[in-house]
Each structure stands twice: as C-alpha cells, then as structure tokens.
Design a binder for this molecule. Sequence first.
Ligand code: PLP
Length: 392
Amino acid sequence: MAKRRFDTDAVHAGEAVDLSSGALTTPVVRSTPFVFSSLDQLDRYAAGEIACFEYARTANPTTRAAELKIAALEHAEDAIVLSSGMAAISTTYLGLLNAGDHVLVTDDGYKRTLMFARDTLARWGITGELVDSRQPLAAVAAALRPNTRLVLTEAPTNPHLRMPDIRALADLCHANGTVLAIDATLASPANLLPLTLGADLVLHSATKYLAGHNDVLAGAIAGDAKLIEQIRALHLNLGAALDPEASFLLLRGMKTLGLRVERANASAQALAQWLEAQPKVKAVYYAGLPSNPDYAVAHKQMCGFGGLLSFELDADMAGIGRFFDALRVFALGTSLGGVESLALPMGVFMRNGLTDADRAMLDLPDELIRLSVGVEDATDLREDLAQALAAV
Ligand code: PLP
C-alpha cells in the first residue's frame, strides 16, 4: 500500500486492533507488571532475544501506541513520550550531554528550556549558552565550538514567532558533528516536519497541540533511532514515564490534530491580519504575516503557520488590565495549543521566575500579549478582541 497521508496516520498509526477483544481503539492498560508465560520467555527477554512488556516505567502498550503514532506523524524512526514537555527537554539535555560539552539554545523560547541550559546544566559541568533567535544562523555559526554537542531551537519561536532556516541550521550543525533538535511545539507536525528538513530530533510539549484539549500534561521526543535509544536509556533511569490514562488522552487527541490545527491556522491568520490594522496595537508577531522578517523561511518550511500569535498593546498597566477584564471568550491563562482560546500578558507573567534583566534580554515588555487561538468560531474571537480593545 502507498504511504498514507497525514490525517489517515493521525487516526490509525500506532493503533493495533486488540485481537483478543475486537476493540477498535487502543485500550488503557493499567497493569504495572507484565507477566511472562514461562521462565524460558523471561530468560530470552532478559538476554535481549525477544521484545515484550516488562514493567510500566520501561514500556506500556498504550504509551507505546502513542509513541508509534508520533513517530509516524513526524517521519521519525522512533519516538518517546514522557510525563511533560519539560521532561522531554531535560531528558534530551541529560541523555545527550556529558561533562565538558557545550550546548546552544536560541533565546526566544520557553523560560525553563532556556534557564535549564544556561543556569542548571553547569551543575554537571556542561556549558549552556543562549544565542540570538533573530539571527539564528549567524549566531550559531559564531558560537559553535568543537565541543558543541547540541543546538536546540524552537520553530516557530515563542513568543515572537521567529522561524529559523532548519535546513541551513542542520548543515551548519552537522559540519561540526553537532546534533540539531527542534522544539516544534507551536507548529505541530500538521504544520512543520523538522526531521524532513535535516533536524536530528524533534521535541514537543505534547500538552499543547498533540493532545490538544488543555487536559493532559505530556512530552515527546522523536527522531533518529540511535539518538532516541541513547535518550531512552536515560529516560528509564529518570523515570518520567507517562501515565497510561494520559497516553490514551494523547492518542485520542492526536486523531483530530489535522482538523484542529487547520482551524487554528485559519483563525490565527485572520486575527493577526486584523490586529495589524488596529490603532491600539503597536506590533503583531505571527509567522504567517509578510511583516514577519522570517515570513519567506516560514512559507518555505511550513504548510500552515499555527494558532499562536503575539501583539503589543499601546497601553499602560491600567489599560492592559481593562483589556483582560473585558475578554469574554479568550480566557486569561498560560499554555497554548488547546481547543479553548487563551490570552496571556507575557511580560507581566514572566515577572514570576525571571529577573528584570532577563525579561529585557528576552524582549518581554508588559504590553506583550500572547494569544493561543483555539477552535471556537473565528468571528466570535475577533469580536471578543474588538470589544476588549475598545475597553482599553
Ligand atoms: N516547549 C515549549 C515551546 C513550551 O511552550 C512549553 C511549555 O509551555 C514546554 C516546552 C514545556 O512543556 P510542558 O509544560 O508540557 O512541560
């Protein structure tokens, strides 16, 4: 049979029909031990001659189905799902890096990903450096060292929606023997396939578009089988296994990934264009706007630009407060990629856990507002923003 297309894989990949019961969808397997039928089977398993389930932290059928679905969607040789996106990030760092290694992370990104690299990895003798996500190629080229083992960037970046040229970055990294990992949480595989552009690993906060319903915390790592094997070896020691109930919700969420992202792409594009024309809006950041400096790269690499956008409100703190008080459909909260639309004042929110110097370095002023556009009616979303802007 010819290779199946995205939406078919989203529904079917990884889901082996349970022949014993005839169940169409993958069941939630809660058992923590998986028993052996004989000492001979246990012996052959222990010798690595056969594969079977042993213990829930090592592998679980429901979780494995989610891994196989993600691997199929990302065109990856293998994938791991974990208990959160941060588990995916930290397990990738610790699984790949050794004392004496150097890692580069582009600086427009999730706070904990950046700070883990810059501040925490030093405890294990690893040097983490942040580089300018506005010029990722030049910045990485200037900062690469012989011991740079890993380069990690978001694509698109968060919250300024910049888009690195993944193919060029991969060539640069590979010439130095460096692994390129892309956190493609904002894009999801419905919009961007980093592995097909030369990246070695793709990471996700699966909490976001993959699960898609604002009710599951999960992470994923997909890519080259050897790298995945190396990271999985550490994952089993760290123990951040995803609970099978959460794996089931992740599996179910992914079946509608294409549908949800198609709606979010269209609504976010329309809202970004509309916001650009509003007098109380100083700037709009969205990968699908021609005003985005990386629009051409985004256009070349992506088949849609995603549901996340940011904008700067022309208002003081009181005006920002009136904007949020007036919102009726957008809820005030963090996270992104779910069916419910969310709005967040990034700069204000990031006072929690970031110094003023880091907020300035990351360009997170109080008036920067991030929108995660869900699957509600696009006209209702626009009308909600219009009346909130009028209240400013
Ligand atoms: N990567 C990105 C781009 C994120 O936005 C986040 C969280 O917001 C993470 C990783 C961490 O994921 P999680 O919250 O699932 O641990």
